[in-house]
Write a protein that binds this ligand. Sequence first.
Ligand code: COA
Ligand code: AMP
Length: 636
Amino acid sequence: MNVQGKSLYHEVHARSLADPEGFWAEAAKEIDWIEPPTRVFDASQGVYGRWFAGGVVNTCYNALDRHVERGRADQVALIHDSPLTNSVTKFTYAELLAEVQVLAAIMRDFGVAKGDRVVLYMPMVPEAVVAMLACARIGAVHSVVFGGFAAKELATRIDDAQPKLILSASCGIEPGRIVQYKPLLDEAIRLASVRPKACIVLQRPQLVCDLSPGRDYDWASLRRKAMNDEKKAPCVPVAATDPLYILYTSGTTGIPKGVVRDNGGHLVALKWSMFNLYGIKPGEVWWCGSDIGWVVGHSYIIYGPLLHGATSIMYEGKPVGTPDAGAFWRVISEHKAVALFTAPTAFRAIRKEDPDGQFIRKYDLSKFRTLFLAGERADPPTVEWAEQQLKVPVIDHWWQTETGWCIAGNPVGLGMLPVKHGSPTVPMPGYRVDVVDEAAKPVGANTMGSIVIKLPMPPGCLPTLWNQDDRFRDAYLNEFPGYYKTSDAGYKDEDGYVFVMGRTDDIINVAGHRLSTGGMEEILASHPDVAECAVLGVKDAIKGEVPCGFLVLKAGVSRAPAEIEKEIVALVRDKLGPVAAFKLAITVGRLPKTRSGKILRGTIKKIADGDTWTMPATIEDPRALDEIGDALKGRV
Ligand code: COA
Ligand code: AMP
């Protein structure tokens, strides 16, 4: 914000596009480099160029050591607040550093060195943060797998990342249910063709598991011994272009994409975003209510706030039911958080339980300044409700696992622009966002098209997919030459505001979680009685969308369809995980198709959502759509 109270956004964004190297070189001054980059952007490296080539750095040093060295040793770095275990645990920067140094030394003693991968399959406990930072410290590449995924998903990621070590825990805790991690871990290792050297397992008091001799090690015993032996690992210098982590995200098949994040670009972009986008000053308390298994959790529970010297809240609980719809307000007031970043689905859940905001008024929210929403489209009624109840700006912003930080948002630190409901506002510095037609030609204002980002993407965005440059080109770069394809469709209005309306591929967004319907179809099709299937996302009042599977049974199957549907629901839970929220399988006589055999997913979705629909001209047999309507009666 400049002195007249006018946003600096337009000037800053224009500068970032006119002189990207100058802009990001300036931002890079906020980072402590071991060796400064020789090139701010080297177009000759990598698939589309690399940021900060020649730079040598350590992400953990920037997140912890430098703050301890410069006066923040006793400031709280991490607050772990868990209504599920009734506990609040705080770590100062010095305490967090001490934990990280010890775990890094333990991992080093297991032979983990720079460039080696470490898979984390962990619940929302502080040890998970310690583990991620410990990897960063020794230059190892972490790959966190969300706890709501099943063994097969974990196995796929183990096979792709080929970790030397796996870090896990005895259990996760969901309301009314203890999630046993160990059987899932064992099954995943059995399914995977790559064997880790060892597993370090955190025993939680809520459920202690057996350890497999010779493979599993007790986390607490290793820690105790290493502390007694005063073991500490120093920071290992890595290239700015070396990977910090791999995070798998749903692709259009059952094989997830390993999004690579490098050290240098990630450091610079995230540090820049903490004040300029989120308006957070070092020392303030910030809360990102995501899970460490998602990109939002990586960037804004851990790296962003710690790089900035802020205090970060890590929350093991839900917006409702732990114990009530006031949980978020309790956390904000108890820890004096100035901002919250969560998914709109959380607000829909709170609004349903507390439509008049009675819980909100029970708490002192005087320090709270801004609510940020992302992960799915922020529907205007939810945004309006939150604005009215909280009386603070509610800011929708759009991003993807691939970008690692916001593509379009409303920059609080630079000075907020007027909010337009339904829009995540404007492209952030470094992003030239265009809306194009099928020939990659930009379309006019207010015209729908594919949303694309002009190459090069800014620092922080993925340079490639893990070991899959060709898949990276195929999935993101080839269709619209010179651009990165977001696979989101939408438009820009006459003021340059971006409106993101939905995906152009088979990805659906369930409670802010990204899932592939194609991946689910592969599971349905593996059932011996299923001849054909289609999975699509149907509207849900809380989760935004939930998957719905249509099955055509093989000729001659005489078992009751209801029985098979139950097995299908259990199969998806078993193979993909509970996070898919797959609860609806519906048997139909046939799937509506075009004359060329394409399943009419769009029309089926409209019927399921109760939207108006028109008969597609290319339909093979119009009666097939009536049959879908009949099958859906009483089911959605
Ligand atoms: N480990 C194991 N299981 C998990 C899990 C984890 N880490 N996270 C979720 N699950 C399970 C849940 O227990 C649930 O299982 P169930 O079918 O037995 O009930 C299932 O996966 C679906 O979970 P979820 O989508 O979280 O639904 P929910 O009904 O438990 O809660 C909301 C609904 C809206 C409260 C919840 O989805 C929410 O808080 N969403 C916010 C999402 C968010 O922050 N996303 C981050 C992107 S920015
Ligand atoms: P993920 O990679 O899990 O972060 O999911 C990314 C996808 O979520 C995007 O491609 C969008 O489809 C959707 N998404 C995320 N944030 C928003 C938003 N603010 N508005 C609309 N869609 C969003």
